[in-house]
Design a binder for this molecule. Structure first.
Ligand code: CMC
Length: 391
């Protein structure tokens, strides 16, 4: 009827109905299928949580085994994928490679891209969840010039990822189970977060009828930005730039200065205004990993802890309800595990994949319309064309 609401940043617009994830930002509540994130992080594991996001219920023992086996069957990628990698510069950003190679998966599965077929949608979901660690690790191996590692399907999902990241063909793999558990927790804590920017991107792309691999590739692109998934990488860059605890005040002052675009990375959230429940779990996991690796005195980590303390006591951050978010602590754990900073956002993408695919599937299997936002036009009013000699 010509009327629409103006809501830049979608601060107060619900674009869909969803049964997958519930967030109460004021109370710091995050539920998947009704289950609190704290309980899932403590008692579930990443693949089981993937099942919950995809099917809406926790699996029983048989369903769990069947799902895990299906994922295991699809961990390898077509050998021709290695040709795609070779087209990139070795110093390409891993997220640039991921946008390309995940989208390229569409080219390998022509026979199962009918989005109206439930079985096709399911196999695509399994393929994406199974192949993301393989592609992520291949991306890393490519950038450091080492041979790609095949997945080892007797390993758990997260052990397998660490094996493909850090193993090499000359030696037997030796994955630290404590680090694999921390990795699993990181994946689980990132698994879904309702209509965030990348998930909304996946839904918008999906609303055109695009195939799931193309849609997830769009989600990866949206995640890359420093306001979203790129924040975990930006946190470490920031800590490196601060360099010494004596410079923290200077950076806090910059973050408060409205003429300076600098923000404290890893602080603030659009929805959480008291605390980010994922950050609480992540903080505990960070302490465990640092203790396991004897890194409690790492200088960068000391800066992080001090920064957190200062920001939590500062009026500017208190007034604006800016608390450390999930990316603040995940960066610390990933650094301790030895994941290079440029891979941090790739880890986020890997963890978020079941959320993206669950939202895509929920939309496609229900009734939906093409996403088509309107605008407030602020350009020139209608005018007559001016020929080149008169301009
Ligand atoms: N440092 C300093 N000031 C900040 C920060 C920050 N990190 N975040 C927000 N503010 C200020 C902002 O300048 C504004 O101040 P004022 O009211 O005086 O103008 C006020 O707080 C509200 O900020 P906003 O930009 O309107 O909030 P938003 O909801 O649009 O943005 C955010 C949320 C997460 C993009 C933002 O807090 C931010 O840029 N944080 C740093 C990046 C980051 O850590 N992102 C990861 C988010 S969690 C994981 C994920 O979702 O991917």
């Amino acid at each position: 009827n010509g009327y629409f609401t103006y809501d830049p940043g979608f601060v107060s617009t619900a674009a869909c109905e969803s049964k997958i994830t519930y967030i109460d930002g004021d109370k710091g509540i995050l539920l998947h299928g009704g289950y609190p994130i704290e309980q899932l992080a403590e008692q579930s594991d990443y693949l089981e949580t993937c099942f919950l996001l995809l099917y809406g219920e926790l699996p029983n023992a048989d369903q769990k085994e069947a799902f895990f086996n299906k994922v295991r069957m699809h961990t390898m990628v077509n050998d021709q994928m290695s040709t795609f990698f070779k087209g990139f510069r070795r110093d390409a950003h891993p997220m640039a490679i991921m946008c390309g190679v995940v989208g390229a998966l569409s080219a390998f599965y022509h026979d199962s891209l009918d989005i109206t077929d439930e079985k096709h949608r399911e196999i695509s979901a399994i393929r994406l969840i199974a192949k993301m660690p393989t592609l992520a690790a291949m991306t890393y191996k490519y950038t450091i010039g080492q041979p790609f590692m095949y997945p080892q399907n007797h390993l758990s999902y997260s052990e397998n990822f660490l094996h493909m990241m850090f193993g090499n063909p000359c030696e037997p793999s030796n994955v630290n189970p404590v680090l694999a558990k921390a990795m699993d927790k990181i994946f689980l804590l990132h698994a879904d977060h309702e209509q965030n920017a990348s998930t909304s991107t996946v839904r918008l792309a999906g609303s055109t009828g695009a195939n799931p691999f193309a849609c997830i590739s769009a989600g990866i692109a949206a995640l890359w930005g420093p306001s979203h998934g790129g924040a975990n990488e930006a946190v470490l860059d920031m800590l490196n730039e601060i360099g010494d605890a004596s410079r923290i005040d200077e950076f806090v002052a910059r973050a408060k200065d409205k003429d300076d675009p600098f923000r404290l990375m890893g602080f603030g959230h659009r929805v959480y205004k008291n605390f980010d429940p994922r950050a609480k779990v992540m903080k505990l996991a960070a302490d465990e990993v640092l203790a396991e690796l004897g890194l409690e005195n790492d200088p960068l980590l000391k800066i992080a802890k001090r920064l957190e303390q200062i920001a939590l006591e500062d009026e500017y951050f208190i007034d604006r309800k800016l608390y450390p978010n999930v990316d603040f602590y995940s960066g610390i754990i990933l650094k301790a595990i030895g994941i290079p900073t440029s891979m941090f956002t790739v880890i986020f993408a890997l963890g978020r994949t079941p959320g993206w695919i669950a939202h895509w599937n929920e939309m496609i299997s229900g009734s939906y319309r093409i996403g088509r936002p309107r605008q407030l036009y602020t350009g020139p009013v209608q005018r007559d064309f001016v020929s080149l000699d008169k301009r």
